[in-house]
Design a protein around this ligand. Sequence first.
Ligand code: NAD
Length: 343
Amino acid sequence: MTRFSYTALPVHVVFGTGTVGQVRAEVERLGRSRVLLLARPGRADAVEEALGPLVAGRFAGAAMHTPVDVTERALAVLRKVDADCVVAVGGGSATGLAKALAVRTGVDQVILPTTYAGSEVTSVLGETRDGVKTTRSSPDILPETVVYDVDLSRDLPRPIAVTSAVNALAHAVEALYSPDANPIVDGMALDAIGRLARGLRDDDREELLHGAWLAGMCLGAVGMGLHHKLCHTLGGSFDLPHAPTHTVVLPHAMAYNATHAPDAMRRVAGVLGAADAPAAVHDLVVTAGGPTSLRELGLAEADLDRAASLATERPYPNPAPLTRDGIRDLLQHAWAGDRPATD
Ligand code: NAD
C-alpha cells in the first residue's frame, strides 16, 4: 500500500474571467474595509474601480526579490492610511511585497496574479537586504485569497508570458521527483504540465493561468531540487532575470536528473507526447520563442566556474548526486543553449 503525507494550504481561490468584479466582496468576506492597493499605475484600473471606496491608499514600487527598503517604504504608507488589507495586482514581485507587509503587520492579503510565478499560493517569502537574499516560510505569509482573472493576464506581453509559464512548468516538474512527492501533488503537477504546454503552444492565457495555479500549489506543497537551487544561485549572485533563467535552465536540470528520476521523466514525456522529457521541454521553449542560453541572458562564460562552485556549496536533496564537475558541465550546456542530449 502507498503511504504518504500531504498538507493542504488554506487559500481561498476564485478563478475565471471577469472575476475582478468579485474583489470587493472578497475583501469584505475577510471582514476588511481599508485596502492598500499594490500595483503599477495603469495596471489595476479595473481592480481599483471594483474596490471603490475600500481603497485607502496605493503603492507602486514593488521590485524583484522583495528588497527590504521597498517594503519599509510601503509599510510607512500602509500605516499612514491605516490599511487592514493589501490587494496586490501583478507578478511575483507584487505578491512578494504583499507577503512582506502581511508578515510584519498581520494585514490580510488578496492577490490578483498577472504572471505565472505561483508565489500567491505558497507560504514562502524571499527578501533581499544589501544584495543578500534570505528565504523564510510561515503560515502568516500565505495569502488569504487569490482572485485569478484571465482577463488581467491578457496584457502580459508574449515574451514575459512564455518565460513565466516555463517558470511554472519547473515547479510542476521538480514536484514529481521531490523527496516529499505524493499522489495528490503528482496529480496537480501532471495537470499543470499539460495545461502549461497547451497554453504555451496556443498562447491560451486561460490554460496558462490555470496551469500556473496548479504548479504554484506544487511549489507550496513539496521541496524543490537542483533546478530551483541553481536558478536561485544564478539570480542571486549574477543578477540574472528570474523567469528567463528558469526557462533556460529547466531542460538542462531535467537532463542532469533524468537517469535518477526515470519515472518522473516518463510521466512528463507522456504528458508532452514526446519520447524524451528534457528535449521536449527544450523544443517547447524554442517553439514558443523563449530564450535557450545563459549567454543571451548576459552571463559571461568566465562566470561559469564560480556559479558551479556556489551551486554546490551546500548539499540538498536531489535525485542525481550533485558534483561540481557535473554542475559545471550542465552550466556549459545551458550557457551555450544546447538541446539536451537524448539517451
Ligand atoms: P515580476 O512580478 O517582476 O514580473 C515580471 C515582469 O512582468 C515585470 O517586468 C513586470 O512589470 C511584468 N508584468 C507583470 N504583469 C504585467 C502585465 N499585466 N502587463 C505587462 N507587464 C507585466 O516577476 P515574476 O517573474 O512574476 O516573479 C518573480 C519574483 O517572484 C521573484 O522575486 C521571485 O523570487 C518571486 N517568487 C516567489 C515565489 C515564492 O513562493 N515565494 C515563487 C515564485 C516567484
